[in-house]
Design a protein around this ligand. Structure first.
Ligand code: ADP
Length: 263
């Protein structure tokens, strides 16, 4: 797809004394086939920006550009196409999966919504293919989420996210709910899918290992402001901003004490 760009975006929740400026003048761009990491502590505006990039959250100021076109000017048809071409993988796979639906039904659902005219057999075949892409055995089709492991549930969330053959995917803390032993394999699958399907990723995370595994470039957020933007390798080696230095050293400090790195 086209490059996805945010230009000087500001988003406030609430009004008057209760107003929270969640995002303040943030610009970023996600290149086709690339991964931009959005890093920063909890409450820094990452998820808000993720929703804004998906056209799912209104904002006060700035622009969302898709392939150079202003999202605000999309007509119904362009909007429907944009929705088909974008998706999200959530931190908590349970939230993406309806407990009363089988794995097969959950993975077919985005096709039912976005491609209702496809024959049912074709939707079924595409959903099976998405399961295979996410390294899930199609033999699990009739299982319910509670009958799947955490890793399998996250793979189901990934299959749901790619079944419509999107071009742009927001990964919102894609491994944070998983055991360390499973994380690496999920990241490997995400990398493999990016390459096979030419996906662009906006990766939201506070886990630097996840950033290293997937992202080429990062935006560091602090209280809704992009304090640093650049190549991840550069930023990690030579953080220019005081906050980035703190963020990285906090993670390193936690790591060396042997506990998890929930920065
Ligand atoms: P992050 O993803 O980095 O944890 P968020 O984007 O979720 O950050 O939140 C940024 C700020 O906006 C926080 O102060 C949060 O409380 C606030 N916020 C997020 N969503 C809402 C909402 N729907 N209504 C009011 N405030 C919100």
């Amino acid at each position: 797809m086209s490059t996805l760009v945010l230009e000087d975006v500001t988003k406030t929740y609430g009004q008057g004394a209760n107003a929270v400026e969640a995002v303040r003048g943030v610009s970023l761009s996600v290149e086709p086939g690339g991964t931009l990491g959005l890093i920063g502590e909890s409450g820094s505006g990452k998820s808000t920006l993720g929703r804004i990039c998906l056209g799912a959250e209104a904002f006060d100021r700035g622009r969302l550009l898709v392939g150079g076109e202003d999202f605000a000017g999309f007509d119904r048809e362009r909007l429907a196409e944009f929705r088909r071409r974008t998706s999200i993988v959530l931190q908590e796979p349970e939230l993406a999966l309806n407990p009363r639906r089988t794995l097969g039904q959950s993975v077919t659902e985005p096709l039912d919504i976005h491609f209702p005219r496809l024959p049912a057999a074709e939707r079924h075949a595409r959903a099976e293919h998405a399961l295979e892409l996410a390294h899930l055995d199609p033999g699990l089709w009739d299982r319910y989420p509670r009958e799947l492991s955490g890793g399998q549930q996250q793979r189901a969330g990934i299959a749901r996210a790619v079944v419509t053959e999107p071009e742009f995917v927001v990964l919102d803390e894609p491994t944070a709910s998983l055991d360390l032993s499973v994380r690496g394999r999920i990241l490997e699958t995400l990398r493999e899918l990016q390459e096979r399907l030419g996906l662009s990723y906006l990766l939201i995370t506070h886990d630097m290992a996840t950033v290293s595994a997937l992202a080429q470039r990062v935006v560091v957020l602090y209280k809704g402001v992009a304090v640093e933007t650049g190549e991840w390798r550069e930023v990690r080696a030579n953080p220019a901003d005081e906050y980035t230095r703190k963020l990285l050293s906090a993670v390193l400090r936690v790591r060396t004490t042997g506990t998890t790195d929930r920065a």
